[in-house]
Design a protein around this ligand. Structure first.
Ligand code: FPP
Length: 239
């Protein structure tokens, strides 16, 4: 492949950050230490996005299924999120990154919700990049929310069911203005979608790496981007 056929850097990268628990276990540490090291990878990857021109980064931080984990792990993850928001807000401002979320935030602890609301609001004017945290997120639940929104409009008589298109569905997702991801990365060797961005990943390139999330830093991110640029995307065409 020559330069002319290589992909441009992805505009939007989505990541399933997997392997924190195994990383901790390998070191004889409690699982939460894996999540803590994983939070440092979040910071590194946000920085790497800026260097590689990636404008949107969506991270699967807490799924609708994660509530069944031991209570102390759930609490630990919520505390880590709070710490991240408090300690990294300045960096988000310096890098002109806007924080946003997808998922149903109503089930999160009040302190986390308040801190999220505050940082989302304070970073709203930034236009250089967007860090999107998927929290209490599930792709099917998001599609249910979209279906309800569409049905409400149909019932109110403002939308003709026959006029519903793919764009209507995209337009009722949690963040309708965000372009679909170009690249999905999942770390730790697992090769599943786990209910992440089911609608939005239709045309994304998938990249699975054996590297555990706490070991996934700038270098690994740049390698993933380079791999994406070498792939040829056809979107159903022959080319
Ligand atoms: C999967 O690893 C990871 C998670 C369920 C949570 C991801 C959370 C973080 C990286 C930390 C905080 C997030 C932010 C945004 C600051 P796992 O526990 O399933 O790993 P395992 O499969 O090895 O057990």
């Amino acid at each position: 492949m020559n330069e002319a056929t290589a992909n441009k850097p992805p505009r939007h990268v989505a990541i399933i950050m997997d392997g924190n628990g195994r990383w901790a276990k390998q070191r004889g540490l409690p699982r939460i230490e894996g999540h803590r090291a994983g939070a440092d990878s979040v910071r590194a990857v946000v920085r790497a996005c800026r260097e590689s021109g990636v404008q949107y980064l969506t991270l699967f931080a807490f799924s609708t299924e994660n509530w069944v984990r031991p209570q102390d792990e759930v609490n630990g993850l919520m505390t880590l999120l709070l710490t991240f928001l408090r300690s990294r807000e300045r960096e988000l401002h310096e890098n002109e990154v806007r924080l946003r979320t997808i998922g149903d935030l109503s089930a999160l602890p009040g302190a986390v919700r308040r801190e999220l609301d505050r940082v989302i609001e304070s970073t709203r004017p930034h236009g250089r990049g967007q860090l999107i945290l998927a929290l209490n997120y599930g792709g099917r639940a998001e599609l249910v929310r979209a279906a309800r929104g569409i049905a409400r409009e149909a019932r109110a008589g403002v939308l003709d069911p026959e006029a519903i298109t793919e764009a209507s569905i995209s337009g009722h997702l949690d963040l309708p203005d965000v372009p679909d991801p170009d690249l999905l990365i999942r770390t730790s060797g697992e090769q599943r979608l786990s209910n992440f961005l089911l609608w939005q990943l239709s045309y994304a390139e998938f990249l699975f790496t054996p590297v555990l999330w706490p070991d996934f830093r700038e270098k690994e991110f740049h390698e993933a981007i380079a791999e994406f640029e070498r792939r040829k995307r056809r979107f159903g065409d022959v080319k």
